[in-house]
Design a binder for this molecule. Structure first.
Ligand code: PGA
Length: 258
C-alpha cells in the first residue's frame, strides 16, 4: 500500500479564482506533510489553470476531474470525454460520486463504463460507492457495496488495478444533512470491501486503496483513519479551507497515521 491518501472534491463550489487561490495555498502546505499523498477533484473549467499552477510549483498534488463521459467523442452535448481530460494532463478521475448517482441517473453500469474508459486512457480512477440510510437500516449495506464494487470493476484487468482507488461514502453521511458514520460501521464495511477485492483479484486486491468519506471533520478524522482497511480520507466541507484541512492533517500526523 502506498501513502495514506488525503483529498477533496469541492463539488459545484468555488469560482476559478477561488479554486486557484485554494490550490495555491494547499500546494504551500503539502511539503510539510510528505507522509501523505494529496489530491483534489475540481470543476472542469478550472482544470487547465490548476494544472499549470501545480506544475509551476512542482507540487506532488494530484489533480482530478469530478466526472467524465465514457466515450472518446460523439453526440453527447455538454459532456466531457476522457480524451479531452487527458489533454490537460490530469492524474485522476472521480467516478460515481453519490450526487452523480442520485441526481444524474448514474448507475453501476455507467460507472463501470467510465472506469474502463478512464483506465484505458491511463488515469487513476477514484470509484465512489455508497449505501442509502434505508439500506443501512435493513442491514444490506454490505451486499449493496459488494454489488457496486463488482459491477464497477467488471472487465478491469488485474494489470490496471494499481490505478484503482475506491471510496466508501455513505449517502446518509454526505453533506450538510449528513449524519457522521459510526467508526465501527466504517471498520466492518471496509474489511468487507477488502474481502470483495481479494475474492476478485487475490493478493493483488490487498493493494487497492480504500478511502472513507462523508462528513469527515477534525473531530472524527482520526477515528476513521484508524479503522481497518481505511487507506485514505475523501473530505468535503472540512477540507474546503486550507486551514481546516491542515488541522486535520496535523491531527492525523499526531495520531501516527501513515
Ligand atoms: P462532506 O462531503 O465531507 O462535505 O460530507 C463528502 C463528499 O461528498 O465527498
Amino acid at each position: 500500500m502506498g501513502k495514506f491518501l488525503l483529498g477533496t472534491n469541492w463539488k459545484m463550489n468555488k469560482t476559478t479564482a477561488e479554486g486557484l487561490a485554494y490550490t495555491d495555498g494547499l500546494t504551500d502546505i503539502i511539503p510539510k506533510f510528505p507522509e501523505y499523498q494529496f489530491f483534489i477533484c475540481s470543476p472542469y473549467v478550472q482544470l487547465w489553470k490548476q494544472r499549470e499552477l501545480i506544475d509551476s510549483k512542482k507540487s506532488t498534488l494530484m489533480l482530478g476531474a469530478q466526472n467524465v463521459h465514457y466515450e472518446d467523442c460523439g453526440q453527447f452535448t455538454g459532456e466531457i470525454s476522457p480524451v479531452m481530460l487527458k489533454e490537460i494532463g490530469l492524474d485522476l478521475l472521480e467516478i460515481g460520486h453519490s450526487e452523480r448517482r442520485q441526481y444524474y441517473n448514474e448507475t453501476d453500469y455507467t460507472v463501470n463504463k467510465k472506469v474502463l474508459a478512464g483506465l484505458k486512457h491511463g488515469f487513476t480512477t477514484l470509484i465512489c460507492v455508497g449505501d442509502y440510510m434505508q439500506e443501512k437500516e435493513f442491514g444490506v449495506s454490505a451486499e449493496v457495496l459488494a454489488k457496486q464494487i463488482k459491477i464497477a470493476l467488471h472487465g478491469v484487468d488485474e494489470k490496471d488495478l494499481d490505478r484503482v482507488w475506491i471510496a466508501y461514502e455513505p449517502y446518509w453521511a454526505i453533506g450538510v444533512q449528513g449524519i457522521p458514520a459510526e467508526p465501527e460501521v466504517v471498520d466492518s464495511l471496509h474489511t468487507m470491501m477488502r474481502g470483495v477485492l481479494v475474492d476478485l483479484y487475490g493478493e493483488r486486491g490487498k493493494d487497492v486503496p480504500l478511502l472513507f468519506g462523508g462528513s469527515v471533520n477534525i473531530k472524527n478524522a482520526v477515528a476513521y483513519a484508524k479503522c481497518q482497511d481505511v487507506n485514505g480520507l475523501f473530505i468535503g466541507r472540512a477540507a474546503w479551507h486550507t486551514d481546516t484541512f491542515e488541522e486535520i492533517m496535523t491531527a492525523l500526523r499526531e495520531a501516527g497515521i501513515r
